[in-house]
Design a protein around this ligand. Structure first.
Ligand code: NDP
Ligand code: 8X3
Length: 251
């Protein structure tokens, strides 16, 4: 069995890669930071005795996506599970003060990147009439929150595209699941706040956030169900979080 996981250099993608390695899958892991991918490969191959291929590309660049994925040997193109995880938030400010470059990064990564990868991998799955696509959405794709504007819009797009994939791939027997986490402590807030580590750490103070491993376990669960069962949509929150904006913080 083969799993292809985008954004595997950190957070949810790295934890999901480890979960699938533990389950005996061969892995194709992708991201932009080559050295982190190499470290992950060495660790997983040693710890779990599985084969890991690394592909270094930016999901925002369709030519890079196509070139890297198409160069996989035919045996490696028989992908059983695609986890569309690569994504980010950049900035947290009112729409009327939005920074164009931040908007482009989020839209290009979270929406167009997911599309570019899926456009290559879904046809491979169609040939074999099986496969499972897991899209990492967000609570931000279910509820908008103040200053979340464009990030939320990209995750609403993931919500729509997850449904669209399920419709368009129905006759091929390919499963499509969207997993929508609430707050998960990863590099997410460091990226959102452009390296302001203190501000990032404050986001997770006063309550127990989800861990990347919690989401990895959910991805593993949905993909291991019998072939006739699809979890279409899963929202996972920290127990201390009731909505996008309502968090029971004990500060
Ligand atoms: P991290 O910042 O820890 O990891 C993000 C991953 O995405 C990294 O591996 C990064 O790799 C990759 N990535 C980002 N941009 C690109 C790009 N242009 N090309 C290729 N890879 C890219 O964040 P999380 O693990 O938290 O985020 C993973 C997903 O989960 C995202 O889609 C996020 O929106 C979603 N999510 C996160 C939540 C949270 O609270 N943390 C909650 C809900 C959803 P590299 O930098 O090496 O390219
Ligand atoms: C990430 C979680 O609440 O910061 O998608 O949008 S949140």
């Amino acid at each position: 069995m083969i799993a292809l996981i985008t954004g595997a250099t950190a957070g949810i993608g790295a934890a999901t890669s480890e979960r699938f390695a533990q389950g005996g899958y061969k892995l194709i892991v992708t991201g932009r930071r080559a050295s982190l991918l190499e470290e992950l490969k060495v660790k997983l191959e040693k710890r779990y005795d599985v084969q890991v291929k690394t592909l270094v590309f930016d999901v925002r660049k369709p030519d890079e996506v196509e070139k890297n994925l198409s160069q996989l040997p035919p045996d490696w193109q028989k992908v059983d599970v695609l986890v569309n995880n690569a994504g980010l938030a950049v900035g947290l400010s009112p729409l009327q003060e939005g920074i164009l470059e931040d908007w482009e990064r989020m839209i290009d990564t979270n929406v167009k990147g997911l599309l570019y990868v899926t456009r290559i991998v879904a046809p491979w799955m169609e040939v074999h009439k099986k496969g499972h696509i897991v899209n990492i959405g967000s609570i931000a794709g279910k509820e908008v929150y103040p200053n979340g504007n464009v990030y939320c819009a990209t995750k609403y797009a993931v919500d729509a595209l997850s449904k669209a994939m399920r419709y368009d791939l129905l006759s091929s027997g390919i499963r499509v699941t969207q997993i929508c986490p609430g707050m998960v402590e990863t590099e997410f807030s460091q990226v959102r706040f452009k390296g302001d580590l203190q501000r990032a750490a404050n986001v997770y103070k006063g309550f127990v956030p989800l861990s990347a491993g919690d989401i990895a376990e959910a991805v593993w669960y949905v993909t291991q169900l019998p072939a006739h069962v699809t979890v279409s949509d899963m929202v996972i929150m920290p127990t201390a979080q009731a909505s996008a904006t309502l968090v029971n913080k004990q500060l």
